[in-house]
Design a binder for this molecule. Structure first.
Ligand SMILES: NC(=O)c1ccc[n+]([C@@H]2O[C@H](COP(=O)([O-])OP(=O)(O)OC[C@H]3O[C@@H](n4cnc5c(N)ncnc54)[C@H](OP(=O)(O)O)[C@@H]3O)[C@@H](O)[C@H]2O)c1
Length: 407
């Protein structure tokens, strides 16, 4: 069970120094951190392209169903200096029937959502070649490519697309992601600025990762894509990968990890490789930190007792497990949001930004795009961030860790 030395009250924002005395500066917390799920999906030990979808779905089931309570460990939070990053959008839901109930009839709404988001400054868009379930595999990229092509030139110039290529077991060697890259670029109709390795293979196939990253660096050096990023990588591997790429003159642009008030691990100390935490390590190495699932799949955007039914399926099951403990956190978020006339989601996004991370929020309606963009107009004060930190770290249950996240 987590142990917390200081439990600050969340106060209504008054602009005075009222909250500062207990929040800012000396909030030395004794905290617990989740170790993460150590399971590697059994499907990854299978072979052949025919198992792509079962692997992805099985991984997802593992993620959603093996939810370990965090063990106790004393930790401190490292503050983030500098101005906060912006906000981007995620497209996991586009084409995903299994978790997100996608239907092609939603495509018009998704296009309006995308356009509204770009108009409002959320032009950094994340996708992946594995997004889309069953016959909709690749749909997220294909929709994004079509939507980009439909934008007028001035809006197109504001879009920056980052896709993730999956290191499936049969994608091997330096050229192992080349065909996948070309297929993604085709689906995206050429709108592709960054490739990211979707997850680290360090925990189950360590020999696979370096050649694949070398191949992605080849693409950057050949001018086929501008930037290179990684995802679901821990501090030890991050240091190695960044150094290896730097040796050949390729910048590692970004690291994308799960980060939210319900998955705060990246802002906590990360062992010998990152005593100041993964976020601090990114700052040290000049790598942009991207926060995925910043709303915990939408849970952090739901006000207390709003009467809205939970989503059906595994997402609803996850909400049911995590929601009962959220009262104090939600009340604090509401108090922070209220003076800005903002929704809870904006507080969750600005908490990521306050820790130096660019949140990529999953969007499915223009209203959600407007609410996310509204968060750009204001920032958390230091004591508000500390209050939220303390409440987040006091939670018994967190989002499940990604099973592929390396050390
Ligand atoms: N690298 C990786 O392994 C990895 C893993 C997961 C995700 N990602 C990326 O990160 C992106 C974002 O994460 P995510 O989609 O998992 O989850 P998320 O951003 O935490 O939650 C997205 C969901 O929150 C709800 N929502 C959005 N705006 C809201 C608002 N203003 N108020 C209330 N609810 C709101 C929507 O659900 P409803 O539409 O149902 O209301 C939306 O689909 C993904 O799309 C994907 O691009 C990457």
């Amino acid at each position: 069970m987590p142990l917390l030395a200081v439990r600050p009250q969340c106060r209504q924002s008054t602009g005075s120094a009222a909250g500062l005395s207990e929040g800012a500066g000396g909030l030395e917390q004794r905290l617990a951190v989740g170790e993460g799920v150590s399971t590697v999906p059994a499907g990854l030990r299978g072979e052949g392209a025919g198992v792509i979808s079962p692997i992805v779905e099985l991984a997802l089931r593992v993620v959603l169903l093996t939810m370990a309570d965090p063990p106790a460990a004393p930790l401190e939070i490292t503050p983030s200096p500098g101005p906060p990053p912006g906000i981007g959008m995620g497209t996991w839901a586009w084409g995903n029937r299994f978790l997100w109930g996608y239907d092609p009839a939603q495509d018009g709404l998704l296009e309006r959502t995308f356009r509204r988001a770009v108009e409002l400054g959320l032009g950094f868009v994340d996708t992946a070649d594995s997004y889309g379930t069953g016959r909709w595999t690749g749909r997220s990229e294909a929709l994004l490519g079509r939507f980009c092509a439909g934008l007028p030139a001035d809006l197109q110039a504001r879009v920056q697309v980052a896709t993730k290529l999956a290191p499936f077991p049969w994608r091997l060697g330096r050229g192992g992601l080349r065909r996948a890259f070309q297929a993604s670029r085709r689906r995206l109709e050429g709108h592709l600025q960054r490739v990211q390795l979707h997850w680290s293979t360090a925990r189950y196939a360590p020999w696979q990762e370096d050649p694949l990253l070398d191949g992605l660096a080849d693409l950057v050096q050949a001018g086929e894509v501008a930037e290179l990023g990684v995802s679901n990588m821990g501090p030890r591997r991050l240091r190695q990968v960044q150094a290896r790429l730097a040796e050949r003159g390729v910048r590692l642009t970004s690291l994308q990890v799960q980060l939210s008030l319900l998955s705060p691990e990246p802002i906590l100390p990360g062992g010998l490789a990152a005593p100041g935490g993964l976020a601090a390590l990114c700052r040290e190495l000049g790598i942009d930190l991207i926060a995925y699932s910043p709303l915990a799949l939408g849970l952090l955007g739901r006000p207390d007792g709003d009467g809205e039914p939970r989503p059906r399926g595994p997402r609803g099951a996850l909400f049911a497990r995590l929601e009962p403990q959220l009262g104090p956190l939600r009340r604090c978020m509401a108090a922070i949001a209220e003076p800005h006339g903002a929704p809870l989601a904006a507080v969750a996004l600005n908490w990521c930004r306050a820790h130096g991370a660019l949140p990529i929020v999953g969007l499915r309606t223009p209203a959600q795009a407007e609410q996310a963009a509204g968060a750009l107009a204001w920032q958390l004060r230091a004591e508000q961030r500390h209050q939220l930190d303390a409440l987040a770290l006091d939670l018994n249950r967190r989002m499940p860790a990604n099973p592929f996240q390396s050390s």
